[in-house]
Design a protein around this ligand. Sequence first.
Ligand code: FE2
Ligand code: FE2
Length: 360
Amino acid sequence: MTNGNLKGRRDFLKATTSGLIAGMLPVSLVRLAGAKEGNADFSFAYISDAHIQQIKGAQFVRNWDRGLIRAVAEANLLEPKPDFVVFGGDLAQLGSKPELDHGGEIIAGLNYETHMVLGEHDYYLDLGKYWGEQYGDHYYSWDHKGVHFITLNSILTYDDWTFNRWESPERRMNEMAGLDNPNSSPFMVGEKQLKWLKADLAKVSKDTPIIVFSHSPLQKIYKGWNFWTEEADDIQKMLKPFDKVNVIYGHVHQIQYNQIGNIAFTSVMSTAWPWPYPETYAQAESHLPILTVPMNRADPFNERDATGWQFMNMHTGRVDLEFNLYNNSNRTVAFNDEKGHPEDVSYRDPKMRTPAQDHF
Ligand SMILES: [Fe+2]
Ligand SMILES: [Fe+2]
């Protein structure tokens, strides 16, 4: 299915479900900031890392299904409506057709145009072939209301690892799916895409706000879990001449935010499960951004704890994020114009921070 067909399918879904939605109570999660000249306020929603996992046949891991179904249902109830939804990658767990189909059916329930990001769990079985048939290009850009959006495929790696090392596609997928796996390989965007990015950015004026979507962080946080992209420094350098750049990424299944020069970085959560922060788990070198106030540890007795989805409000070319955490207080990370970086609006004062969970 091409992008065009997908859109047609969504328009159809929108037409057939609008009567239903009108009869429901909308949830209000939006605070619209005053628009500054030239930039219309708008918002979009972000859902990521669903990891839809087949057990066998039509049986899928219930908990991961429920997370995505809930996010789709809640996004459809947003009022005012977001302009579009981004799905941030890892729709499937092991990249199989049944997983991608089942996940695709759930996200097709969104009443909005949806932009897709490719995750490693969607890719390493058939190298993105089936995903591409459903959703189109692995990387692309578009413009919306004065903002330039770029979606990167940041989960590529060395050709030798991808093409020569494994006896089967299934083995390759399994090796890339694990954390702390010495057989894994670092994420990259690769030469070809870097060239494309350079050409794409050459067409954009320096005062146009830019939002980049990638699956992995375009900053180096922790290599063992691929909270990492090899060419992060090169990409940051390419984005440096622009006044306002925001990078939004999935993969880490936790709240992170950072500011490097002109670039604001914000992660999004998973609808499936939370990862711990690297330094709480591994003794290896890691670099959680010092700006980031970690999210609460998940409560293992609550199956949806520390998972959720996020709603972004854009004004003046910067992004404010509302993290909708199930079974935990929602958090808002907003760009502070005076300080020039994102900050957690309720957690910034250490006295107001919720202590980490200490029971198991
Ligand atoms: Fe993931
Ligand atoms: Fe991932």
